[in-house]
Design a binder for this molecule. Sequence first.
Ligand code: PBG
Length: 325
Amino acid sequence: MWFPDYRPRRLRRTENLRRMIRETRLSPDMFIYPLFVRKGKGIRNPIPSMPGVFHLSPDTAVQEAEELQRLQIPAVILFGLPEVKDEKGSEAHAPDAAVQSTIRALKDRFPQLVVITDVCLCEYTSHGHCGILDGQEVHNDATLEVLARIALSHAEAGADVVAPSDMMDGRVGAIRQALDENGFDRVAIMAYSAKYCSSFYGPFRDAADSAPQFGDRRAYQMDPANALEALREVNLDIEEGADMVMVKPALAYLDIIRRVKEEYDYPVAAYNVSGEYSMIKAAAIHGWLDEERVMMETLTAIHRAGADCIITYFAKDAARILGAA
Ligand code: PBG
């Protein structure tokens, strides 16, 4: 059938008609809210490049979790800021460091909250790279051991899911093995499988103080020009034992989300990264964009592309709107 017999506008006429045939629905169920934590008490320091996002301490992270419960957001992902950085990022696996303490505090108060942890070294190393250096390069296999130790320390503190974001080869297998050998077969792995070397991480590197002190991450994170390679990365991570895979960033990589979703029958997460958040915030502050609408359109697009879960700094704002609707 063709115009004038078929008129798509008939089903767009009223909100109830539109609601009835809507293909994609957002829900707080799919949101994962990132928290940046450091040691201390009562900390709630704004991160200048990410309006509305704060550095927290374990106690204020628990307050945040209270709000997340009210908003029906099931999960957080934790990033830690160490007290001391060194060449090997030792504080990343210290049993009483910020992330480990926060996991315990959160689980103590909200056992049902899904606690995911970012497993990486860049926040913890003096050089800011995501692994152990060998000269000017990140040594893959030496880094695997440390990543496994970090993941294990998170599991011991009570994490439900560990999420390696370093992009070393073989890290999912190394982490799975370490977890299983130590009685943590119940802890899941959400692999940052297709993590691109993206300039959209700019504001996060302020938030996590994790900018590399020399060079860049192109020798381990993926080239934004590649799509088939993303499928190989996902395949490797699944073979090594990943329970969920991730595409990161989200917006400039919606095609990758779609392809991963179509090729693999695994849950797919997408990371709506700091730059994607801050661009919208900045434009909204200037009055150039309607923040709420752009936020909801963006999250809807990420879900429509195929993401089952979305890691997003907008989680609370979006959940408030969904709850009110
Ligand atoms: C750590 C890590 C990064 C992000 C998540 N985990 C930064 C990076 O790889 O440089 C970025 C998150 C964001 O931009 O919101 N490796």
